[in-house]
Design a protein around this ligand. Structure first.
Ligand code: SF4
Length: 494
């Protein structure tokens, strides 16, 4: 996919009178000829049989991506600092500046990590950190300049919207509006070498949830505005969602709805898409290239200490507090809903978590494929769910297996990291019935692995790969600053 001139883009029509499980509706959605309403998306997420969801999400993925290739990328996650002004309750990564294990990576260390990435054929760094008030603007400008001059072939995918919002607070750039200030800041970093923005910090957009879990982190409007500015500057981004905690099911659909609406806006205003010469139809690649969702990982986090829903007798017979609040939130129409006025059930909002297992993960991912008709790729989050659930995810709407990377510091802080190398990742894709293909940041395919030279087809002794420890529990003690990695691991955007 490449960016193109502005296009006449009309989103597919909605058919609100049809039931969510209407076969004709789902066939049209799979072909890209109809759009689900939020109510239909919610009905599917909550009640459709798991395999029905998977079948239609898979059909949609095959319409967009064909039956042949499923992709992955080789990049490296570099968390340049763990000092952060926010105190998100789901985060085990952040530190205060005076904590003994607070760190900010020197430029030379970051260069060393990129050199190691380049040596294994990597094409991108995913660089994110905490929101560190002690770093001057020159730290970022010099860092980007130095990376681009030493590694011009490496794509810099860096600084998620919450970081940009804090850049505005820290550096007070010129501009009379928030958007203007973000634009100044982003243009400056782009000029220094920034190529695109990762979709981290999305979590759940719904205001009541965000206020509870994202303490000190930007609101949804600011997050979406940052991405809008990035799109206006010609950068591609992704969007993410972290679910399976205090939110209601409707909050997940509301989150997807907002991403879809802002993608519509970006496509209309800035263009993006490829026209099929046979039909004249534009396939909307859009400026949000991908959507990646994953369940909350609870280890070592304040939110993880909250009781599970159902831990009190009879609790499961009642409606989950997050669902009560989400219903009152009414797809964002009641943005200032005060859950304390909603009766005793809602009073437990934020005091119970409803963790998501494998089937809930697959349901949510499949629903995202069906809801997000204008997003090109859905990523399988096998880093949190494990390689084999991730592999099954390729049958539930995912078309991308994420990144072969060299270290991970954020998800592993919260308890779960699965480690795979390129050969295993390719084998997972091939065993699912597809040909693995290495992609770049804009989802252009760089190499396909059909022949004998493919990384997985070169392996003669899989026992070495099977012997690898795949599930690593994070240490209870805070981690020291990451140094050179001992093994190749895989990570996700956050
Ligand atoms: S999730 Fe990000 S913004 Fe929130 S506390 Fe952790 S490092 Fe800071």
């Amino acid at each position: 996919m490449t960016n193109s001139k502005p296009v006449v883009y009309t989103p597919p029509p909605e058919h609100p009178h049809l039931a969510a499980t209407d076969t004709g509706l789902l066939e049209a959605v799979a072909r890209g000829h109809a759009r689900l309403t939020p109510d239909q998306g919610l009905d599917l997420l909550r009640a459709a049989p798991l395999h029905t969801l998977g079948r239609w999400a898979d059909a949609r993925a095959r319409t967009l991506h064909g039956d042949n290739f499923r992709t992955y990328i080789i990049d490296r996650n570099i968390n340049y600092t763990n000092v952060c002004t926010a105190k998100c309750t789901f985060c085990a990564f952040r530190r205060d500046a005076d904590d003994h294990d607070a760190y900010t990576l020197p430029t030379e260390t970051i260069h060393q990590k990129i050199a190691e990435l380049s040596d294994i054929g990597g094409t991108q760094i995913l660089m994110q950190g905490g929101m560190n008030p002690d770093l001057p603007l020159d730290y970022y400008l010099n860092l980007l300049h130095s990376i681009k001059s030493r590694f011009p072939h490496i794509h810099i995918h860096a600084f998620s919207p919450p970081e940009f919002v804090e850049f505005v607070h820290f550096f007070n750039p010129p501009g009379s509006t928030f958007e203007a200030k973000v634009r100044w800041m982003m243009a400056k970093l782009k000029e220094a070498g920034l190529d695109s923005l990762p979709g981290g910090g999305g979590e759940i957009f719904a205001t009541p949830v965000r206020r509870k879990i994202g303490l000190g982190k930007c609101d949804a409007e600011s997050w979406l505005t940052c991405m809008y500015v990035a799109h206006s500057l010609g950068m591609f981004t992704s969007a993410t969602m972290m679910f399976g905690h205090i939110e209601g099911h409707a909050d997940r659909i509301h989150h997807m709805k907002l991403v879809r609406e802002w993608q519509d806006r970006a496509i209309k205003e800035f263009g993006a898409g490829v026209e099929d010469p046979a039909t004249g139809r534009v396939t909307p690649g859009g400026h949000y290239k991908a959507f990646i969702s994953w369940p909350f990982q609870r280890e070592n986090t304040p939110l993880g200490r909250v009781k599970d829903w159902g831990s009190n007798p009879g609790e499961l017979d009642a409606e989950f507090p997050g669902d009560i609040v989400a219903r009152e939130f009414a797809w964002g129409k009641n943005d200032e809903v005060d859950y304390r006025d909603l009766g005793p059930g809602a009073a437990e909002f934020g005091r119970r978590v409803r963790m998501a297992g494998a089937t809930e993960y697959l349901r949510t991912q499949a629903a995202s494929r069906l809801m997000l008709d204008n997003i090109y790729s859905i990523g399988s989050s096998w880093v949190t769910m494990g390689p084999h659930v991730g592999q099954v995810g390729l049958m539930y709407g995912a078309s991308d297996m994420g990144s072969v990377m060299m270290e991970e510091n954020v998800v592993s802080s919260a308890g779960t990291t699965y480690c795979l190398n390129e050969a295993v990742l390719c084998r997972l894709i091939r065993d699912a019935g597809f040909t693995p293909a290495q992609r770049n940041n804009t989802y252009d395919i760089l190499r396909t692995h059909a022949g004998a030279e493919s990384p997985d087809l070169q392996v003669t002794d899989w026992s070495k790969h099977r012997a690898k420890k795949l599930h690593i529990e994070a240490p209870r003690q805070p981690k020291a600053a990451p140094s050179s990695p001992a093994q190749v691991t895989v990570s996700i955007e956050r």
